[in-house]
Design a protein. Structure first.
Lengths: 259, 356
């Protein structure tokens, strides 16, 4: 049998969405960003909304999101993405506007913009990638770095007395009346990818219905920053990140989920 | 003739924004310019023209809301005063780098630091030399009357869109707070159809995706981008210099002053001529581009120049560059919210040029 006999339409089991460019990903092998990008773009393609979608790229590893996401995008100052998204959405209430931000961007320098966009209930979608570290700048402490976790600026582990506690932004914004859907997901297993994609789809559906802000956290790995192999990083994430950042819906249909 | 009203400078800017078809205003209150957002709120511009008005949580958020809206091709603006404008510098630098048009109004107060709420012109260097990080320029207009506060709003938007560059109206607490008669221009409808070829409004099948970014890690390509920006600024210098000359043609001495200082100096030159001293006034209307050539031309018959500013002397550096070493360039300034009187300026001028 020739390889040409296998490459046929009916044998197709996976197809890259047209909304990802062919540019070589700048992310480290094993990083969750690539999958998070793909499922976000798949949702936009499947919903048929690309002609009405504007994305905001942050500062951090995903500063280059616009190189890979084949949609109209603005790259904006560090932490300000929810403000830029607000400016767009207020002028174009029928368009779909999403931000894609890391933990340093969203939970440190951009805390104010995040909280106020959530509190105003801007009809936007915030996709928040939390890997507990600053990846782009070389592995420094993030606001989400776990207690005791080693980074290049906490070489002996995060000491709460010196550096304070890790912040749970997702639980925090869930308590604001402007958020309609708040969830925490992961993208390290096929099941978690499917669940995360469903969550992103739900977030864009909510935008369509103009019900308020949808906030999707994706707890992810940073094998380079954590100095682990991708497999080790995912295991470490399950054992250390998930107990502190538990996966699942936190707020659905504007109501807190009872656990 | 358009509708005539007695208005504060700040109110005139707000009314002009609605009438110019501005799509969105994002701002954060700060004295002495809070009347701009208050006037807009009272007018309910969403009812008049569909204009968006939003009070942001900070100046950082406000300028980035402007960035977002401007990136979609909308006529967006913000206003603030000195400390707030300092906070906006990062966003302004990004917008200059990404080549996005917008209007920023700075009703200047005295600094440094929190300073005072009294008027000042101490933000000249920040406004005209870039302000934030990187090699960039803003188009800077300096109104000297409430009438110009109104007239310069559509002008600033036109220039911003012509060059796809942020434009600034640099005024101060005097012009912002004082009331004058102003003839308002007629309502311009907001543009519902406009060039979206460069805007991030959603990728349609007929075009590649649009990206607004100021980031490029390829040095050769990024230098080309910088050269392109510099070429644009050269075109602005060539085409957009605006100034007013009052009694300069037969003047022995010329005062160079803009904004509220120019208003005061109009009286100074009258008082001087009553005393037989031939003094003229050159008023830069655009601070960038600066009317350097026009000042240079005056050196053929003018014996000396004096820059008058509400600062320690910022524009005077540009006057010196324009004049060169052939003529004396003197300076008189007041700071901290103090405003000189016309006679005070005349006394200084007489003293400085007493030797001829």
């Amino acid at each position: 049998m020739d390889v040409k006999d296998i490459i046929k339409e009916e044998n197709l089991v996976f197809k890259k969405t047209k909304l990802l460019t062919d540019n070589i990903l700048s992310y480290c092998p094993g990083c969750g960003h690539g999958v998070a990008h793909r499922i976000t773009m798949e949702v936009i393609e499947e919903m048929g909304i690309v002609a009405d979608t504007i994305g905001i790229a942050p500062v951090g590893c995903s500063v280059f999101a616009y190189e890979f996401m084949n949609v109209d995008m603005q790259q904006v100052p560090h932490g300000r993405a929810p403000a830029n998204a607000t400016g767009i959405k207020r002028c174009w209430p029928d368009k779909f506007v999403f931000t894609y931000q890391g933990d340093g961007d969203l939970a440190a320098i951009g805390t104010s913009e995040t909280i106020h966009a959530c509190n105003r209930g801007e009809n936007i979608t915030i996709i928040f990638i939390n890997n507990g570290i600053y990846g782009m700048t070389g592995g420094q402490m993030a606001p989400t770095t776990l207690v005791g976790m080693k980074t290049s600026t906490t070489p002996y582990g995060r000491d709460v007395k010196l550096m304070g506690n890790p912040i749970k932004m997702t639980e925090l914004v869930a308590h604001l009346p402007g958020t309609y859907y708040v969830t925490r997901q992961a993208v390290h297993t096929p099941l978690s990818v499917r669940r995360a994609k469903k969550a992103i789809q739900k977030a864009f559906e909510i935008q369509k219905e103009k019900k308020g802000l949808s906030f999707v956290e994706i707890v992810s790995n940073c094998n380079s920053g954590w100095k682990m192999t991708p497999v080790e990083a995912n295991k470490w994430m399950e054992e250390n990140m998930f107990p502190f950042y538990p996966l699942g819906d936190i707020k659905v249909d504007g109501k807190m989920v009872n656990k | 003739m358009g509708e005539t009203r007695l208005m504060k400078g700040n109110e005139a800017i707000a009314e002009a924004a609605i009438r110019a078809g501005c799509d969105a205003y994002f701002g954060y209150p700060i004295t002495p310019q809070s009347e701009i957002i208050e006037y807009l709120a009272a007018q309910e511009p969403h009812k008049r023209t569909g204009m968006v008005l939003l009070q942001a949580e900070s100046e950082l958020a406000a300028i980035n809301m402007v960035y977002g809206a401007a990136g979609t091709g909308k006529k967006a603006m913000t206003s603030s005063s000195s400390p707030g404008i300092s906070l906006m510098q990062e966003g302004i630098s990004y917008m200059a780098g990404s080549e996005l048009p917008c209007l920023i109004v700075n009703i200047v107060r005295g600094g440094p630091g929190l300073g005072t709420i009294q008027p000042s012109q101490a933000d000249y260097s920040q406004a005209t030399k870039g302000g934030g990080h990187g090699d960039y320029k803003l188009i800077v207009l300096a109104p000297a009357s409430v009438q110009e506060m109104s007239d310069f709003v559509p002008l600033a938007f036109d220039l911003a869109f012509k060059y796809r560059n942020p434009a600034m109206i640099l005024s101060d607490g005097v012009i912002g707070q004082m009331m004058e008669k102003v003839e308002l221009f007629d309502q311009v409808p907001r543009a519902t159809e406009f060039d979206q070829s460069w805007a991030t409004t959603g990728k349609t099948p007929d075009r590649e995706r649009n990206i607004h970014t100021s980031l490029d890690l390829d040095p050769a390509r990024f230098e080309r981008h910088n050269r392109h920006l510099q070429e644009k600024y050269r075109k602005i210098i060539e085409n957009e210099v605006r100034f007013e000359k009052i009694e300069c043609d037969n003047a022995d001495y010329v005062i160079v002053a803009y904004g509220s200082s120019a208003r005061i100096c109009q009286k100074t030159i009258k008082l001087a001529r009553e005393k037989g001293i031939k003094v003229g006034l050159l008023r830069p209307i655009t601070l960038f581009p600066f009317p350097a050539k026009e000042i240079e031309k005056l050196t053929d018959h003018v014996k000396g120049f004096m820059a008058v500013e509400l600062s320690a002397g910022q524009m005077v550096e540009d006057v010196r560059l324009a004049v060169g070493k052939t003529r004396k360039v003197e300076f008189y300034g007041r700071m901290g919210g103090m405003i000189p009187t016309p006679i005070e300026i005349l006394n200084v001028l007489e003293e400085k040029f007493s030797g001829g």
